[in-house]
Design a protein around this ligand. Structure first.
Ligand SMILES: Nc1nc2c(c(=O)[nH]1)N=C([C@H](O)[C@@H](O)CO)CN2
Length: 116
């Protein structure tokens, strides 16, 4: 199986457990890997047969900017379900980083993999 990926997609949104986090946006960075067979798109050189990483990026940005959840867990589960539903992939891995969350760390976050 092949992989279409998006690296370090930057989105700003309201997210967090604490009251101060509900007042201003914070940066999130997403790494997304999608398992798919690219051979038909390659054979016909046709974007409509490909998993369009630009369209996936647009959906992740739109959903994340509109979202108002507390946990990264909730957000990435929603995004994984959305990507699996809307794009022709077998599995998705999403790694999200929230660099401002722990000042002593370069970044923190989590990673999930979900299959169709
Ligand atoms: N596993 C998680 N741990 C924490 C989260 C989270 O979303 N998932 N969030 C927070 C706070 O919102 C943090 O980002 C601010 O310090 C703490 N731990």
């Amino acid at each position: 199986m092949d992989t279409v990926y998006i690296s370090q997609l930057h989105v700003e949104t309201i997210i967090g457990v604490y009251d101060f986090e509900k007042e201003s946006k914070q940066s999130l960075f997403f790494d997304i890997e999608m398992k798919t067979d690219i051979s038909a798109a390659a054979r016909q050189d046709d974007i409509t047969l490909a998993v369009d990483y630009a369209k996936v990026s647009e959906r992740v940005i739109a959903h994340t900017e509109a979202s108002r959840v507390e946990l990264l867990e909730t957000l990435v589960e929603q995004l994984a379900a959305l990507i699996l539903q809307e794009f022709a992939i077998e599995a998705v891995t999403i790694r999200v980083s929230k660099p401002a969350a722990v000042p002593q760390a370069q970044t923190v976050g989590l990673e999930i993999t979900r299959n169709r």
